[in-house]
Design a protein around this ligand. Structure first.
Ligand code: PBG
Length: 345
């Protein structure tokens, strides 16, 4: 049925009267103009590339829930570090998939200075690449229960865990890590790490604090990659943040900065852009977003079905982080983004 409503003919003069000359589409009329008025930019300098390390040699083992992402043996990780440098990606972040036989209740393997992460650090350092090396401080890839801390029954012990994290960080720094990144969410860990690093002569090692890390369902594919989905008992809600909270993220960031964090991070990324914006506006410190495994997997899965234009959504998602105020993004897309940027869209 056609409606009997009538709308007036819109003439240019009529519209001029409505708009008073304010036509926002003028600036969008052509590519050069859109480029000229663009407020944010994404460059390779914004990228941090997370890599998964596994035992062996010449290993590139696909992670099923993260298409295109592989677990790398140390020699292959060295090759990817070189790739990062070639692609102008400033830094890489290392995560181990520890042999299940080496995992125990207290995460002893985290203190082995020949563990996967330390070996990878030394091997990459030895090449002299101009790439920042970020190492994750937390016990979950080393514990038989998959938690980030030491447990007493059901309880994650804060202070005992922090003591062990300090020892973990020291062997990473000694192996050549430039940036220590605590992802454990224990209280007081940043201050304790800073003291431990300084008193052992590692005053130049930066701390990138996972300040606002939420107890999120978006970490699923990562837990496949490092093998903690199989081991994790229960959930991480007693230490990671409640997704319903935002003021608490500011308190976490404030404490971490006061305790000596050089950089702060929000994680996950895209569902938490409001947190990035609030932290950046409040503290004006280098603020990073972690576009986590589940975010990556969603984009990849939809694009594999032809439901989304994967490359376009990848670039758009990263620009969204810049717009929200992030100074950089940890993303599994890093090498692909760098390639797109290099060919100059
Ligand atoms: C663990 C850690 C996690 C991630 C980084 N470090 C997962 C977790 O807390 O269980 C998640 C990264 C991702 O999902 O991409 N300390």
């Amino acid at each position: 049925m056609t409606s009997s409503f009538r709308s007036p003919a819109i003439t240019g003069a009529h519209m001029d009267e409505i708009l008073g000359g304010r036509r926002l589409r003028r600036n969008r009329k052509s590519d050069w103009s859109r480029r000229l008025v663009r407020e944010n930019t994404l460059t390779t300098d914004d990228l941090i590339w997370p890599l998964f390390i596994v035992d062996g040699e010449n290993v590139r083992e696909p992670v099923p829930s993260m298409p295109g992402v592989v677990r790398l043996s140390v020699d292959e990780a060295v090759r990817e570090a070189e790739n990062a440098m070639r692609l102008s990606i400033p830094a890489i972040a290392l995560f181990p998939n520890t042999d299940p036989d080496l995992r125990d209740a207290s995460g002893t393997e985290a203190l082995n200075d020949q563990n996967l992460v330390c070996r990878a650090c030394r091997a990459i350092r030895a090449e002299g690449y101009n790439v920042g090396l970020i190492t994750d401080v937390a016990l979950d890839p080393y514990t038989s229960h998959g938690h980030d801390g030491i447990m007493d029954g059901e309880k994650i012990l804060n202070d005992e865990t922090v003591e062990q994290l300090c020892r973990q960080a020291l062997i990473q720094a000694d192996a050549g890590a430039d940036v220590i990144a605590p992802s454990d969410m224990m209280d007081g860990r940043v201050g304790a790490l800073r003291q431990a690093l300084d008193s052992n002569g590692f005053r130049d090692q930066q701390i990138l604090a996972y300040s606002a890390k939420y107890a999120s369902g978006f970490y699923g594919p990562f837990r496949d990659a490092v093998g903690t989905n199989a081991t994790l008992v229960g959930d991480k809600r007693t230490y990671q943040m409640d997704p319903a909270n935002t003021d608490e993220a500011l308190r976490e960031a404030e404490l971490d900065i006061a305790e000596g964090a050089d950089m702060v991070m929000v994680k996950p990324g895209m569902p938490y852009l409001d947190i990035i914006r609030r932290i950046k506006d409040t503290f004006q410190v280098p603020t990073y977003a972690y576009q986590v495994s589940g975010e990556f997997a969603m984009i990849e899965a939809a694009s594999a079905h032809g439901w989304l234009d994967g490359e376009r959504v990848m670039m758009e998602s990263l620009m969204a982080f810049k717009r929200a105020g992030a100074d950089g993004i940890l993303t599994y897309f890093a090498p692909r983004v760098a390639e797109v940027l290099a060919r100059g869209r």
